[in-house]
Design a binder for this molecule. Structure first.
Ligand code: PEP
Ligand code: MG
Length: 882
C-alpha cells in the first residue's frame, strides 16, 4: 500500500483529528476535528507535513503518490460541494493555506479564490448572478497569486487598480463596477507580462504552483526568523502542511459576513464571548483594517439564528478542547462556516483567570490549571509594564541583560547621591544610569525608579540589589557608554543628555528613548492568589526568601515566603550612619581598636535582626556572616579618603596606605567570606552576639518563636568551618545559658566553592545545614568572573558555545553535578541534613525544577520572585511526581 499523504475532511467525514497536529499542522488537524464534532466547516483536504519534509529532502520534488492522492481528494471535494474544479459552468474555487504544528501567525502565505480564470469566472457569474463580485474575486486572486507565487510586487497591481479608478474619476474600490474590474483583470495580465510571467489559466497549474509556494514559504526568511525568535528548534517540526479548502464567501451581500471570536475575553479572562464581526466582507478585509468591524453582538441583531448557532459552537469547542478558543468564521448567504479554531493567545492576567475559572468550573483539574500558567505570567503581573501600544511605537535604543523585571521611566541621573536628592527634594522620577553600582550607591538605587548599568551580569551588585528591592534593572548594556564628565550617554553615535527621559524594561532588557506610559501591577489577589494557594498544596520544595531588611522580609512574607534563606549582613552596613563605623572597624590596627568599632555596630545589627525575626515569626531565618572583601567598604576617591581620615583622626597618608594594603588583584577569590572571620574572629563574635541577642530579645519580650540559623560563607575546607563553629557556639551557648531561655539555633554553611561540594561528606559532620550559593559556585566552576562575564557571555550564546547564561539558569550538567554530589555526600554523613539554594538560581523555574529533582528541601529567592518560585516548584512536582 502506498503511503498516505493527503487527508480529506468534510461532509461528516474526516481522515484526520486533533491529535495529528505534527502531521497535519494545527489548522488541518483542527478542521478535521471540527468535522468530527459536527461543526460546519467548508470541506477540503490537507497535504501532510511529511510532504514538506520530503520536498526539502529531495531537491524540491514530491513523492510519486502525491499527484494521484490530490486528484482523488479533489474529486471528493467536488462531490462534497457539488462544484467542479476548473468547470466553466459551476466552478469550484479553493483557498490554499499553510499550517504548521505550531502556529506561526502571518509568517507564511495564503492564496484565496484559486481556480478562477477567464472561463471559470464566467461560470461563477452564472451560478452567482453577480458579475461585479466575480470579477472582484478574480482580480484579487491574480494579485495574491502574483505576489505570493511569482514574487511580483504588490504595488504594481495597486498602481494599475488606482489608474482604473483615476480614469473613472472615483476613489473607492467599491465604486468600480463589473466592467471596470474586468478591465483591471486585463491590466493585471500586463503586470504579469512585464514581470516576465504569464498568468496561468489552467487551474491545476495554479494549484500546484500555489502548493509549491506554500512549501517554499516554510524556508523563507520571515519564517526562519520567526522560529528562531520563538525558540522553535530547527528540525523539531517536519514542516508546514498545506490546506486546500473550498472557498466560502462572506462578501455576497448583507446576509454574509466574516468574524473572529474568542470564547473568553483574552484581555481580562472574563467568561464572555469576545469578538468582531464585519458584514459583507472577507477575512482579509478585517485584517487589512480598511473597514472597522462591529462587536460580535451586532450579529445577534442582524442574524439571531446564526448568532445562536455560533454560541452553541463556541460552547461545544471550548468544552471539547478544554481551553479558550480563538475562532474564525464566515457566513455565506446565511450559512455559517467555521474556518479555524485554535487555543487562543491571552494576556498574563487572562491566563491566570481562565486557568482558575476552568478548574472551578470542573473543565480542567487544579494540576492542569497550574501547568497552564507560566512563571513569566506571574512575573509580569507583579511588576509594572509598559502600555503595549506605547511600547510598540517607542524608539528602542539598546538591549542589555534583563536583570530585574518591571518597567520604569525617569530622567537619567548618573550620581546616586544626586538621584536621591532629586527624588526627595524635587519629587523627580529618576533612572540611575552608571557603568556599575557599588554598595555605597544603595540609597540612590532605592530612590530611583530603575537602574541601568553598562557593565555587569545577572549576579552583579546592581542586579542582586535591584532584584531584592523589586526594582526594574538592566545590566551589561554594553552598547551604552556613560560619560559622566560630558554629562551624556552615547549609544551608536547618538548622544543623550543627563536629565533627559529614559525608559527601561527590566523584563526584556530593552532601553527606550523618552517617557513611556506604564501600567500598574495587579498584586497578589484574586485568581493569582488562588492558583498559588493550589501550588502550595502540591509543591514539595519549600520557598524562602533572600532578604536583608525587615521591610524586604515583610514583602516576602506577604508573597508567601516560608522563612529567610539568606540574609546578607553586609548589606546592613551601608546605611549612612553605619558606614563610618564599619570603616573604623576595617582600618583598625589592633584587635582593641577593632573591638571598639564592633561594639558600636553590635546594637545596630541586633536591631535589624530583631526586625527580621519579628517579620518571620515562626519561620527559620538564615543569617550569613560577613562575606565581601573589606576594601569594598573603603572610600576610593582621594577626597573621600581625606574626609574619612579627618573624621577618624588619622593622617591622609596613613589611611591611604591602609586602603592600598587592602587592595586585592582578585577580590572575588581574595580575603572574603569565612576568611575574614578567621583573620578577625571578633567579627564572628559580634555577629553571633547580635543574632542570638536579637533572638533572645524577641523570644523574651514578645514570646514569639524564633528559629535562627547562622550561616558561614565561602567554606572550602572542613577546618574553616570547625574553627568558626566553635567560636559561634561558645558565644551563643553562653548567652543562651545566661538568659535562661530555651532557644534552638543551627550553624551551617554555604556550599559555593567546588571543594566544599567535593568534600561535602566531611563538611556535613560539622554543618547542620547546607545552602548552595550557586552564584559563586557557578563563578568558580566555570572560572567566569561574576562581575566581568557580561563582556563575553552574549557572544558565547550567539555562537552557540553556551545555550543560556549560566548565572541565570543553573548549568545542570556542570554546576548541577556539584549540587547533586554535595547533597548526596552531605546526607551520607548527616541523613537529616537540610539543603537549600540561595544563589540567584533559586528564583529561576528551570533551576527550581532541578532542585526538585535533586531532592533539595527549599529554594530561596528575592521577595518578588517568591510567587514565581511557588508556582515553578508546584509545576516541577506535577511534572516529576511528588
Ligand atoms: C552565592 O554565591 O550564590 C550567594 C548566594 O552569595 P553571594 O551572591 O552573596 O556571593
Ligand atoms: Mg556567595
Amino acid at each position: 500500500m502506498s503511503k498516505k499523504y493527503v487527508y480529506f475532511f468534510g461532509k461528516g467525514r474526516a481522515e484526520g483529528d486533533a491529535s495529528m497536529k505534527q502531521l497535519l499542522g494545527g489548522k488541518g488537524a483542527n478542521l478535521a476535528e471540527m468535522v468530527r464534532l459536527g461543526v460546519p466547516v467548508p470541506p477540503g483536504f490537507t497535504i501532510s507535513t511529511e510532504v514538506c519534509k520530503y520536498y526539502y529532502d529531495h531537491g524540491k520534488t514530491y513523492p510519486e503518490e502525491l499527484k494521484d492522492q490530490v486528484l482523488k481528494a479533489m474529486k471528493e471535494l467536488e462531490e462534497a460541494t457539488g462544484k467542479v474544479f476548473g468547470s466553466p459552468e459551476n466552478p469550484l474555487l479553493v483557498s490554499v493555506r499553510s499550517g504548521a504544528a505550531v502556529s506561526m501567525p502571518g509568517m507564511m502565505d495564503t492564496i484565496l479564490n484559486l481556480g478562477l480564470n477567464d472561463e471559470t469566472v464566467e461560470g461563477m457569474i452564472k451560478s452567482t448572478n453577480n458579475p461585479r463580485f466575480c470579477y472582484d474575486a478574480y482580480r484579487r486572486f491574480m494579485q495574491m497569486f502574483g505576489d505570493v507565487v511569482l514574487n511580483i510586487k504588490h504595488e504594481y497591481f495597486e498602481e494599475e487598480l488606482n489608474k482604473v479608478k483615476t480614469e473613472k474619476g472615483v476613489k473607492l474600490d467599491t465604486d468600480l463596477d463589473a466592467d471596470d474590474l474586468k478591465k483591471v483583470v486585463e491590466r493585471y495580465k500586463e503586470v504579469y507580462k512585464k514581470a516576465g510571467h504569464k498568468f496561468p489559466q489552467d487551474p491545476w497549474d495554479q494549484l500546484w504552483k500555489a502548493i509549491d509556494a506554500v512549501f517554499g514559504s516554510w524556508m523563507n526568511e520571515r519564517a526562519i526568523k520567526y522560529r528562531e525568535l520563538n525558540g522553535i528548534k530547527e528540525g523539531s517540526l517536519l514542516g508546514t502542511a498545506v490546506n486546500v479548502v473550498a472557498m466560502v464567501f462572506g462578501n455576497m451581500g448583507e446576509d454574509s459576513g466574516t468574524g473572529v471570536a474568542f470564547t473568553r475575553d483574552p484581555n481580562t479572562g472574563e467568561k464572555k464571548y469576545y469578538g468582531e464581526y464585519l458584514p459583507n466582507a472577507q477575512g482579509e478585509d478585517v485584517v487589512a483594517g480598511i473597514r472597522t468591524p462591529y462587536p460580535l453582538t451586532k450579529l445577534e441583531e442582524m442574524m439571531p439564528d446564526v448568532y445562536k448557532q455560533l454560541l452553541d459552537i463556541f460552547e461545544k469547542l471550548e468544552k471539547h478542547y478544554r481551553d479558550m478558543q480563538d475562532i474564525e468564521f464566515t457566513i455565506e448567504r446565511g450559512k455559517l462556516y467555521l474556518l479555524q479554531t485554535r487555543t487562543g493567545k491571552r494576556t498574563p492576567f487572562a491566563a491566570v483567570r481562565i486557568a482558575v475559572d476552568m478548574a472551578e468550573e470542573g473543565l480542567i483539574t487544579k494540576e492542569e490549571a497550574i501547568m497552564r500558567v507560566s512563571p513569566d505570567h506571574i512575573e509580569t503581573l507583579l511588576h509594572p509594564y509598559f502600555e503595549p501600544e506605547t511600547k510598540k511605537n517607542a524608539s528602542l535604543l539598546a538591549k542589555g541583560i534583563a536583570a530585574s523585571p518591571g518597567a520604569a521611566t525617569g530622567i537619567i541621573v548618573f550620581d546616586p547621591a544626586e538621584a536621591e536628592r532629586m527624588v526627595k527634594e524635587e519629587n523627580k522620577q529618576v533612572i540611575l544610569v552608571r557603568p556599575e553600582t557599588s554598595p555605597e550607591d544603595i540609597a540612590g538605587m532605592a530612590a530611583a525608579e530603575g537602574i541601568l548599568t553598562s557593565t555587569g551580569g545577572k549576579t552583579s551588585h546592581a542586579a542582586v540589589v535591584a532584584r531584592g528591592m523589586g526594582k526594574p534593572c538592566i545590566v551589561g548594556c554594553e552598547a551604552i557608554e556613560v560619560d559622566e564628565k560630558a554629562g551624556v550617554i552615547r549609544i551608536d553615535g547618538k548622544e543623550i543628555k543627563e536629565f533627559s527621559w529614559l525608559s527601561i524594561d527590566g523584563t526584556t532588557g530593552e532601553v527606550f528613548d523618552g517617557k513611556l506610559a506604564t501600567v500598574k501591577p495587579q498584586g497578589l489577589e484574586g485568581p493569582l492568589a488562588k492558583i498559588l494557594q493550589w501550588a502550595d498544596e502540591i509543591r514539595k520544595l519549600g520557598v524562602r526568601t533572600n532578604a536583608d531588611t525587615p521591610r524586604d522580609a515583610t514583602v516576602a512574607r506577604n508573597f508567601g515566603a516560608e522563612g529567610i534563606g539568606l540574609c546578607r549582613t553586609e548589606h546592613m552596613f551601608f546605611e549612612e550612619e553605619r558606614i563610618p563605623v564599619v570603616r573604623q572597624m576595617i582600618v583598625a590596627k589592633t584587635k582593641e581598636q577593632r573591638e571598639i568599632a564592633l561594639e558600636k555596630l553590635l546594637p545596630m545589627q541586633q536591631e535589624d535582626f530583631v526586625g527580621l525575626f519579628k517579620a518571620m515569626e515562626g519561620y527559620p531565618v538564615t543569617i550569613r556572616l560577613l562575606d565581601p572583601p573589606l576594601h569594598e567598604f573603603l572610600p576610593k576617591e582621594d577626597e573621600d579618603i581625606k574626609a574619612l581620615a579627618e573624621e577618624m583622626g588619622l593622617s591622609y597618608e596613613e589611611l591611604k596606605a591602609t586602603v592600598e594594603e587592602l587592595h586585592e588583584f582578585n577580590p572575588m577569590m581574595g580575603h572574603r567570606g569565612c576568611r575574614l572571620s578567621i583573620t578577625y574572629p571578633e567579627i564572628a563574635v559580634m555577629q553571633t552576639k547580635a543574632i542570638i541577642g536579637a533572638a533572645i530579645q524577641v523570644l523574651k519580650e514578645e514570646g514569639k518563636t524564633v528559629i535562627p540559623e547562622i550561616m558561614i560563607p565561602l567554606v572550602g575546607h572542613i577546618n574553616e568551618l570547625k574553627y568558626l563553629k566553635k567560636i559561634i557556639t561558645e558565644t551563643a551557648d553562653k548567652m543562651i545559658e545566661e538568659a535562661g531561655v530555651d532557644l534552638q539555633y543551627k550553624v551551617g554553611t554555604m556550599i559555593e566553592i567546588p571543594r566544599a561540594a567535593l568534600t561535602a561528606d566531611e563538611i556535613a559532620t560539622e554543618a547542620e545545614f547546607f545552602s548552595f550559593g550557586t552564584n559563586d559556585l557557578t563563578q568558580m566552576t566555570f572560572g567566569f568572573s561574576r562581575d566581568d562575564y557580561g563582556k563575553f557571555v552574549k557572544e558565547y550564546i550567539e555562537k552557540g558555545i553556551l545555550e543560556v547564561d549560566p548565572f541565570q539558569k543553573l548549568d545542570r550538567t556542570g554546576v548541577g553535578q556539584l549540587v547533586k554530589m554535595g547533597t548526596e555526600k552531605g546526607r551520607s554523613t548527616r541523613p537529616n541534613l537540610k539543603v537549600g539554594i540561595c544563589g540567584e538560581h533559586g528564583g529561576e523555574p528551570s533551576s527550581i525544577e532541578f532542585c526538585h529533582i535533586t531532592g533539595l528541601d527549599y529554594v530561596s529567592c528575592s521577595p518578588y520572585r517568591v510567587p514565581v518560585a511557588r508556582l515553578a516548584a508546584a509545576q516541577a512536582a506535577i511534572k516529576h511526581g511528588k
